[in-house]
Design a protein around this ligand. Structure first.
Ligand code: COA
Ligand code: MG
Length: 287
């Protein structure tokens, strides 16, 4: 699965920013047709995104498109009809509250892949969880369809939906963020954390993204180029972590040959969970 340490939103009607996003070395860009676009510019945004997909070179950056909500399905189906033939790598679905929107989008994807001769199953879906109902139905959402790769926490909409106020400590979203990580782990999906709104405040961003990584998120949404480097670094293992992981894996291979499942390394017990953690670090070292 494509590594998505940072997922950068770009308004779909802003060609200048889309062109800029293609040069930033970010893991994923998400060209937005939903809330970053005013209602009277939806059609312009669709066409801009379609043309950008067809003409710009994004290098190794993945290009996703966020469509309008399934619950406003005339907008959403127009979005899909316009952008899918231009082959985005994936579709981000906002405000998902059940399995239904994911299955609905998958039908569009299957048809578009057939019509344009793409191999089946190569367009991903990512589900945004940003309402109380979405959180309550996480189990059904996380197991829906065969294209789903990530659960994305839409913190801003969620705060409004539950009537909470944002605090520095972020206790008001801690439970929900944990639920998203738990469901992502259970269904082998990525978990992508909420944005940090103040893009000038890199200190706060550093603190928040360090916590995201510690909690088990695999990436974070960003809204401004200034946030990319800090976020991608936080989800990249340090040289010390990589050295530790390589040491553990090498020692494990040696002890396995000797027929020993558990062993001690530098005075600490090493068991299979530690080996798996080391393997995960090494996998993340190669995004
Ligand atoms: N993607 C690509 N380029 C971006 C960008 C983005 N999301 N945000 C800013 N830039 C570019 C600007 O065009 C500017 O380019 P320049 O130096 O070549 O002129 C540079 O980065 C610095 O931008 P800055 O002037 O600090 O910000 P701004 O006032 O132009 O834009 C926002 C501020 C918040 C409007 C902008 O960051 C943005 O549109 N973010 C995405 C919002 C979004 O999509 N929200 C929906 C999902 S939450
Ligand atoms: Mg939202």
């Amino acid at each position: 699965m494509k590594s998505r340490r940072a997922l950068l939103y770009v308004p779909g009607d802003d060609l200048y920013k889309i062109q800029k996003a293609a040069t930033l070395g970010v893991d994923s860009v998400c060209l937005d047709l939903e809330d970053a676009v005013a209602p009277n510019r939806k059609e312009l945004a669709r066409l801009t995104v379609r043309d950008a997909l067809g003409s710009l070179d994004f290098g190794s950056t993945e290009v996703l498109v966020r469509i309008n909500s399934f619950y406003e399905s005339s907008l959403a189906s127009e979005d899909l009809h316009t952008v899918l033939p231009a082959h985005p790598h994936g579709i981000v679905l906002p405000k998902v509250e059940s399995s239904e929107p994911l299955l609905w989008v998958e039908d569009f994807i299957t048809d578009a892949e057939k019509e344009t001769g793409l191999p089946a199953g190569c367009t991903a879906t990512l589900a945004m969880i940003e309402t109380a109902r979405g959180v309550l139905n996480l189990g059904r959402i996380a197991s829906a369809g065969s294209c789903l790769q990530a659960l994305v926490f839409g913190g801003e909409d969620f705060l409004t939906d539950i009537g909470a106020q944002r605090t520095v400590e972020r206790m008001e979203v801690f439970h929900t963020r944990s639920e998203i990580i738990l469901h992502a782990a259970a269904y082998e999906l990525q978990a992508i954390d909420m944005i940090t709104v103040d893009f000038h405040d890199i200190e706060t961003l550093q603190r928040e993204v360090a916590q995201s990584a510690q909690m088990g998120f695999s990436g974070k949404q960003v809204i401004h180029p200034a946030q990319i480097q800090t976020v991608q670094a936080a989800f990249t293992p340090s040289d010390e972590e990589i050295a530790w992981a390589k040491g553990i894996v090498a020692a494990f291979d040696e002890y396995q040959r000797q027929g020993r499942g558990v062993f001690a390394l530098e005075g600490r017990l090493v068991e299979l969970p530690h080996i798996r953690a080391a393997q995960r670090i090494l996998a993340r070292a190669r995004p």
